[in-house]
Design a protein. Structure first.
Length: 202
């Protein structure tokens, strides 16, 4: 059994990080929303296969902060990068690769990072090819186009991440999918539902 690698999932707000983590873990461990900054704290999802155990840290969306809250959210995400084994930079295939993505990439050791192009199911083939060509300028170690909603490319991504770890013991029981207490997950889900309901009447 391979040793526990901690994989940080980083990127701009609303690029599909939480959906990706849920897809890799096989069930919902992180709140998914079209509303940016839903993930304000680090969420750990756990995946155990026959050969490996992976821990995914779903970080808040990185952005140039304009408020104190934004600064704290960024600090939470950036703090995650110092104690992980692999950093995955998530890019939205449906939106042009721009300054925001480049700003996030500037905070990452790109030669050792993995770039994940998400939402390829919602983009045209030409869009995906153009994005991959633009992303090659980042000089990442590997690139994976995936569709978290349809599962396309997820098995290959998981296999690659598992291959980048050393042998060691299991850190979590095999049936663990998150290190968050159930009551904390329920509270976060209820808070998110309340936010959605309140915004629907504005």
């Amino acid at each position: 059994m391979s040793a526990l690698p901690v994989v940080a999932i980083v990127g701009r707000p609303n690029v599909g990080k939480s959906t990706l983590v849920n897809a890799m873990c096989g069930q919902k461990v992180s709140i998914v929303s079209d509303k940016p900054q839903t993930t304000r704290t680090r969420v750990r999802g756990v995946l155990t296969t026959d050969d490996a155990q992976l821990v995914f840290v779903d970080t808040p969306g990185l952005h140039k902060p304009v408020t104190a809250l934004g600064e704290r959210v960024n600090a939470t995400a950036l703090d995650s990068l110092g104690d992980v084994d692999v950093v995955c930079l998530v890019i939205d295939a449906t939106k042009p690769f721009g300054k925001g993505d480049q700003w996030v990439a500037s905070h990452i050791d790109m030669p050792t990072a993995v770039v994940i192009l998400t939402k390829v199911d919602a983009a045209s083939k030409d869009q995906v090819l153009a994005q991959l060509a633009a992303l090659s300028s980042l000089g990442a170690s590997d690139y994976f186009p995936v569709s978290a909603k349809k599962g396309k490319g997820i098995p290959e991504l998981i296999a690659h991440l598992a291959s980048r770890m050393e042998e060691g013991p299991l850190y979590y029981p095999a049936d663990t999918v998150s290190d968050q207490p159930e009551e904390q997950w329920v509270a976060r889900s209820e808070e998110h539902t309340s936010e959605l309901q309140s915004h629907s009447f504005i």
